[in-house]
Design a protein around this ligand. Structure first.
Ligand code: SF4
Length: 343
């Protein structure tokens, strides 16, 4: 049996034609799965019964099952999913009054081993298929009560640009008016700085948002806390970002987790300003660190955060401070899976 979500609309049309069926059924099937949220071909009442039977023999819709769920007092819900080979991934629904952001994983485990991230602690398992990425989105959408799933961020487990083809195939379905119909500008790819992936992305006809986990503005420190920097050092990364901005005319957001005695002092702020001041269309998003098990990362004080932000602002950088959601349920990336696997 095959995951039907692995097929683009065009591929599903081809499949129907190969069975001697009209291709317009592909749009109906897409609507049932991605818009009405159906997991069951037998419920697709406007399809002929014979076609429903063939679909049920050949395909399945949902390829994961819920292993655990945690609800935060602030409404954030974190899902731990088991894939059909028993690997675990997680996804988070972050609702506001009427809208919700889905935080989605792109890989089972991660090979990049960033110091502040629990996802890297257990190593890399495998890439998710495009169908598994879409499983997360579908499950999150179906589990919202009052809010609409309007935004997607690839900030869960894994490095999205390290699973480029499956990621892009899933994003095109997330973006498609025949499927989830979530605007490209509401889809954010967050990378640790995988330069070949950024270069490929700038050639796509897709207006997605790009976010780069920076967390340090000098090579020594960044290589220590983000080993990817040894392969793609800051000079090369910023040059690549300059090309991306020139090619796409789109803003890049730089994520910067602030941790005490690491990257939150005056000198770190100066280095950050020097690194980004000539980059047109850059925004810095400051995130005060959460405590992470088995890591030396210490959350900063409120005054450290304020001083750092003020320095960047006065130097002319576009800077925001992100409020962490779901802290009481370990909603920082990788933490629920790790807790579960340690139990
Ligand atoms: S921050 Fe992203 S790239 Fe780094 S270890 Fe975590 S999941 Fe991997």
């Amino acid at each position: 049996m095959q995951d039907i979500k692995e097929l683009s609309l065009g591929e599903l049309e081809e499949k129907l034609l190969s069975w001697g069926k009209p291709k317009y059924h592909a749009r109906q099937i897409f609507s049932w799965i991605y818009q009405k949220g159906s997991y069951d071909f037998n419920s697709m009442s406007d399809l002929p019964a014979a076609l429903r039977g063939i679909l049920a023999d050949e395909f399945y819709v949902l390829g994961l099952s819920l292993a655990d769920l945690k609800k935060s007092a602030d409404g954030t819900v974190k899902f731990l999913f088991e894939l059909n080979d028993a690997n675990l991934i997680e996804a988070v629904n972050i609702p506001t009054a009427k809208r919700a952001t889905g935080c989605i994983s792109s890989q089972a485990g991660c090979k990049f081993a960033c110091e502040f991230c629990a996802s890297g602690l257990k190593g890399f398992k495998r890439n998710l298929t495009s169908g598994e990425i879409l499983d997360e989105v579908l499950y999150l959408k179906n589990n919202l009560k009052d809010a609409q799933l309007t935004h997607i961020v690839f900030m869960g487990t894994g490095e999205p640009l390290d699973n480029y083809d499956n990621l892009l195939k899933a994003i095109r379905i997330i973006n498609s008016a025949d499927a989830f119909n979530i605007g490209a500008r509401r889809i954010t790819i967050s990378t640790c700085g995988v330069i070949p992936g950024i270069k490929r992305l700038q050639e796509e006809d897709l207006q997605v948002e790009l976010s780069i986990s920076l967390h340090a503005a000098d090579d020594n420190l960044r290589s220590r806390i983000m080993p990817v920097n040894r392969k793609y050092p800051l000079g090369d990364l910023i040059k690549c970002c300059q090309e991306y901005v020139e090619r796409t005319n789109r803003q890049i957001t730089f994520e910067y987790i602030l941790a005490r005695d690491l990257n939150s002092d005056y000198s770190a702020a100066q280095k950050l300003v020097a690194l980004l001041k000539n980059l047109r269309l850059a925004k810095v998003n400051l995130i005060p660190a959460n405590p992470i098990p088995k890591s030396k990362i210490i959350p900063p004080s409120e005054s450290e955060v304020r001083l750092f932000k003020d320095y960047l602002f006065k130097a002319g950088l576009n800077v925001t401070l992100r409020k962490e959601r779901g802290q009481d349920i370990n909603a920082a990336c990788g933490q629920l899976r790790l807790k579960y696997e340690q139990d």
